[in-house]
Design a protein around this ligand. Structure first.
Ligand SMILES: [Zn+2]
Length: 191
């Protein structure tokens, strides 16, 4: 996980201490990144345990978790099979989202097959776009309401970034990178 975060940082996907990441261990405990960590030098010590409601717990109860921890908790609740959640502030999803309302839709790209429910490029894939908000309870409401649209295990937050998840780190990576690549293609194509 730490190696993935560092590689994403080197792509420019987590500038200025932004983004957050989490995983569930074999006991079902959620581990999330601390608030305000420089992702170019992140280490395993920068993950802390949080409750299902996003409060730091155990030996980390005095440590502040990432500001967006509740989004992770909501995703674990909505999709209980999830083990890894990745977040990106990559510029292409942010740029492409400026003109989008509610959804990002693509068709005809080979890489769409990187999403879990797509087996052919001749498919229209729709990824939800959610407005940005500093109130994390807004995301809880919005993600719960739009759960049926989250079947590709990722979404975009407008002018903010992307979230993707999976039952393995490999799967979560594939979803995040597929979405980023599609945003890049669409942005450069319509520029
Ligand atoms: Zn963010």
């Amino acid at each position: 996980m730490v190696e993935v975060i560092k590689s994403y940082n080197s792509k420019g996907w987590s500038p200025a201490t932004s983004t957050n990441y989490s995983f569930k261990d074999e006991t079902g405990q959620i581990w999330v990144t601390k608030s305000g960590i420089d992702k170019s030098i992140i280490s395993v010590e920068d993950f802390i345990t949080v409750s299902d409601h996003g409060e730091s717990v155990g030996e980390y109860s005095n440590v502040k978790p990432s500001a967006e921890t509740l989004i992770h908790c909501v995703l674990y609740e909505l999709f209980p099979e999830t083990k890894f959640i990745l977040h990106s502030h990559g510029p292409f999803p942010v740029l492409v989202s400026i003109k989008l309302q509610n959804e990002f839709s693509v068709e005809g790209y080979e890489i769409q097959k990187g999403f879990p429910e797509v087996s052919s490029h001749v498919t229209k894939t729709v990824i939800p776009v959610i407005s940005n908000n500093q109130d994390m309870t807004y995301f809880k409401q919005e993600l719960s309401y739009r759960k049926s649209q989250l079947n590709n295990k990722c979404f975009i937050i407008k002018k903010h970034g992307t979230y993707a998840w999976g039952t393995t780190l490999f799967e979560a990576k594939r979803h995040l990178e597929t979405l980023d690549y599609l945003c890049q293609c669409e942005f450069l194509n319509t520029k």
